[in-house]
Write a protein that binds this ligand. Structure first.
Ligand SMILES: *Cc1c(COP(=O)(O)O)cnc(C)c1O
Length: 392
C-alpha cells in the first residue's frame, strides 16, 4: 500500500510493508551474521545481483532494511542507509562525495566530535574545510570554491540551537556545484525534513530522539537512490553497519517518534519560558522562543522546535556548576533524545575538546548549561528546576 500523502504516525506504523516471515506481526531480529545459499548458482547469482536476497549482515540484513524503509518514508526520501553511529553516518555522507584535493564548507557550530572528524581526520585524508556561520548566507557564498564538493551543517546546531535557512543555502550551494548534507539530529524528521527543504542528504544520530530510549548508539542517512547506492557501498567497505538488534530497537523507536516529539516539544517550551523569566538565568538559546534570532526561520522550515537547548547562568561558571550539583531527578549526563531529562555543561563536557577559539566561534560560554527536556510531567519538572535554582 502506498504511503504517499499519509500522516507521519501512519507512515511510522505502516511504511515497513513487506510480508514478515512466519506471519510475525513485528519484524523479527535477524540475529544472523551470514545467510545460506540454496546452491552454488544461487550464491553466484546473489553476488552478481542477478537475484535478490541476503548474503552477509555487513552488506544487508532484513531487520536493518525494514528500519531503513520506514526512515526513508518518514524523511520523504528514496532510500535510507543505517549506520553503527551518528559519526559513522556523517563520515560516510561526506567522504563518499569528497576526496583528496576537494574542499568542504562546514557550519562552525557543530557537535564537538564532528568538528574533529571534519577538521582533523578528514584533513589528514586531504579534504580541506572552511568553517563558516551558516546562518549568514553571504558567508557561505563567499566560502565556496571551484573544488567545493559538500556543504555540511547542523540545524538546529548544537549547542546554541542556531538555525540555518536550508532552502536558501541549498540554492547557493547547488549553484556552486556542492552537495548539501544536513545533520538534523536535534529536529528529527517529525519537525524537519531536510530533503523537502532542498538539501540532498539528511543525516541523524539515531542515538538521540529516533531510537529515543537511550539504549542504542546509531546513525542513519537518507538521500536519493543514486547517492544512496554510493553511500551504501561506502558502509560495506568501511564496515560501519549497525547490528540487527540495534536496528530493531531503532525501528521500535521510530514507531512512537511523533508522539514523543509532541510531548518533548511542549515540555521544552515550558521549561525554556520558565528559564527565560528567571533572574538567575542570563540568556536562553532556543529557537522555540519568539525573540530568538532563529525563530522566524525555524517557523518557516520546521513544524516544531525540539527539546534540547542551552542557557547561560547569570552567576557565571560557578552558577552553572552549582546548578548541575543541585538538580535532582534530572540526570547529569551527555546525550539527548532520551525519555527522561538530561543536563550537562558543554564547555567541560561535550565541547571540552575544542580550542578556546573554536569555542568562541561556536558561541560556547563557560556559564552555558545544556538541557534535554524529557517526557516527565511538566509540573514535576518545574518543581525540580525551581528547587535547584533557588538554592544557588
Ligand atoms: C550525538 C550527535 C552526533 C554523533 O552521533 P553518535 O551517534 O554519538 O555517533 C552527531 N551530531 C549531533 C547533532 C549529535 O547530537
Amino acid at each position: 500500500m502506498s504511503m504517499k500523502g499519509k500522516g507521519f504516525m501512519t507512515q511510522a506504523l505502516h511504511a515497513e510493508g513487506h510480508a514478515k516471515p512466519m506471519n510475525a506481526h513485528t519484524m523479527p531480529i535477524f540475529q544472523s551474521s551470514t545467510f545460506y545459499f540454496d546452491s552454488p548458482e544461487h550464491g553466484a547469482d546473489l553476488f552478481a545481483h542477478r537475484t535478490e536476497g541476503h548474503i552477509y549482515t555487513r552488506i544487508a540484513n532484513p531487520t536493518v532494511e525494514a528500519y531503513e524503509r520506514v526512515m526513508a518514508c518518514l524523511e520523504g526520501g528514496e532510500q535510507s542507509i543505517a549506520f553503527s553511529s551518528g559519526l559513522a553516518a556523517i563520515h560516510a555522507s561526506i567522504m563518499s562525495i569528497a576526496g583528496h584535493g576537494d574542499h568542504v564548507v562546514s557550519g562552525d557550530t557543530l557537535y564537538g566530535p564532528t568538528v574533529h572528524l571534519i577538521g582533523q581526520v578528514m584533513a589528514r585524508f586531504g579534504v580541506e574545510t572552511t568553517f563558516v556561520d551558516t546562518s549568514d548566507l553571504g558567508a557561505v557564498e563567499s566560502a565556496l570554491k571551484p573544488n567545493t564538493r559538500v556543504l555540511f551543517l547542523e540545524t538546529p546546531a548544537n549547542p546554541t540551537c542556531r538555525i540555518s535557512d536550508l532552502a536558501a543555502l541549498s540554492r547557493i550551494a547547488h549553484a556552486g556545484g556542492a552537495t548539501v548534507v544536513v545533520d538534523a539530529t536535534f529536529a528529527t524528521p517529525y519537525f524537519l525534513k531536510p530533503l523537502e527543504r532542498g538539501a540532498d542528504v539528511s543525516v541523524h544520530s539515531t542515538t538521540k530522539f529516533i531510537n529515543g530510549h537511550g539504549d542504542v548508539v546509531g546513525g542513519i542517512v537518507t538521500t536519493n537512490a543514486k547517492k544512496a547506492s554510493v553511500i551504501r557501498k561506502f558502509r560495506t567497505d568501511t564496515g560501519a553497519c549497525p547490528s540487527p538488534m540495534d536496528a530493531f530497537l531503532s525501528l521500535r523507536g521510530l514507531r512512537t517518534l511523533g508522539l514523543r516529539m509532541e510531548r518533548h516539544n511542549t515540555n521544552a517550551l515550558e521549561v525554556a519560558k520558565f528559564l527565560q523569566s528567571h533572574p538567575k538565568v542570563n540568556r536562553v538559546y532556543f529557537h522555540g522562543l519568539p525573540d530568538d534570532p532563529g525563530h522566524e526561520t525555524a517557523k518557516r522550515e520546521m513544524s516544531g522546535f525540539g527539546a534540547t537547548f542551552s542557557f547561560d547562568m547569570a552567576g557565571g561558571f560557578d552558577a552553572a556548576k552549582g546548578l548541575l550539583e543541585r538538580v535532582e531527578m534530572i540526570t547529569l549526563a551527555v546525550s539527548l533524545g532520551t525519555l527522561d531529562t538530561l543536563i550537562q555543561h558543554p564547555a567541560s563536557m561535550t565541547h571540552a575538546s575544542l580550542s578556546a577559539e573554536q569555542m568562541k566561534a561556536q558561541g560556547v560560554t563557560p556559564e552555558m548549561v545544556r538541557i534535554h527536556v524529557g517526557l516527565e510531567e511538566p509540573e514535576d519538572l518545574s518543581a525540580v528546576r525551581e528547587d535547584a535554582l533557588q538554592q544557588l
